[in-house]
Design a protein around this ligand. Structure first.
Ligand code: TMP
Length: 251
């Protein structure tokens, strides 16, 4: 039975990563096998591309079309090496960002032609589309304040996206609203200024609503057998071993 692809979207510092981490043990308790990923990244090639696109100061002046292609090169790899095999194994794939990020950031944010963006995304993902997408929404001022606090607490790490001006993030924000409005059956919009617990409760409610209404019914709650393996992190799906163990391939 095919699994489910659930994606998490939003501008910077919406708390997507924390929500994914909180969702995983809850899904395990319900007997699901979970594969948790991030974009760009999630494969050895993807993590290298993530570094180039995000943290490499030499790449500050990267052309938006190059950025579009890098994001989708990483995605093509992730879809083929990890996401499709995981779905075929019936797993729940949680992805921190997917192609809606490309429409919002490279399309609306950088101003690339949306039909070009869609063509490149189509080449990367083919028929692999999310079953459910959570859009965590916070005002740009809240995003800026959270980033300020986060950056003050962490050692400095160059981030090409965070160096962008406020107008860029306003366009990304508006882009997400338009993208979500076009596909209301896939998107669940959640107010990301709520507490972590409130946001998590909403996510769980929506997950249960989706799986309870799925006519294929593969995800009715089951109690896992004692000592059953709860998680199969899909490193085994990778043909080559990780080259640089310090990289996080699977969140
Ligand atoms: P994050 O993992 O901390 O969210 O960083 C990823 C950055 O990459 C974030 O600024 C959004 C950006 N991004 C794009 O511009 N396009 C994309 O397709 C994806 C997946 C991410």
């Amino acid at each position: 039975m095919r699994g489910l692809l659930i994606t998490f979207e939003g501008t910077e510092a919406t708390g997507k990563g924390v929500q994914v981490q909180r969702l995983i043990p809850w899904l395990h308790e319900r007997g699901h096998t979970v594969c948790s990923l991030r974009e760009p990244g999630g494969t050895p090639t993807g993590e290298e591309l993530r570094h180039v696109s995000k943290h490499q100061p030499n790449c500050m002046g990267m052309d938006p079309v190059t950025e579009l292609l890098i994001m989708n090169a990483s995605r093509a790899e992730l879809v083929r090496k990890i996401i499709r095999p995981s779905l075929e194994h019936g797993e729940i794939v949680l992805c921190d960002r997917f192609y809606d990020s490309t429409c919002a950031y490279q399309g609306y944010g950088r101003g690339l032609d949306l039909s070009l963006v869609r063509q490149v995304v189509d080449a990367a993902v083919g028929e692999t589309k999310p079953d459910l997408t959570f859009l965590l929404r916070i005002p740009v001022e809240v995003s800026e304040e959270r980033r300020r606090r986060r950056n003050a607490a962490l050692p400095f790490k160059f981030d090409r996206f965070e160096a962008a001006e406020r107008d860029f993030f306003l366009r990304v924000h508006e882009g997400y609203d338009e993208i979500a409005a076009r596909e209301p059956e896939r998107f669940r919009i959640i107010d990301g200024t709520q507490t972590l617990e409130e946001v998590q409760a909403r996510i769980r409610q929506h997950f249960l609503a989706l799986t309870d209404s799925d006519p294929r019914q593969p995800f009715k709650e089951t109690v896992p057998a004692a000592n059953s393996p709860r998680e199969h992190v899909r490193f085994s799906a990778l043909p080559e071993p990780p080259q640089k163990p310090q990289h996080v391939f699977v969140k």
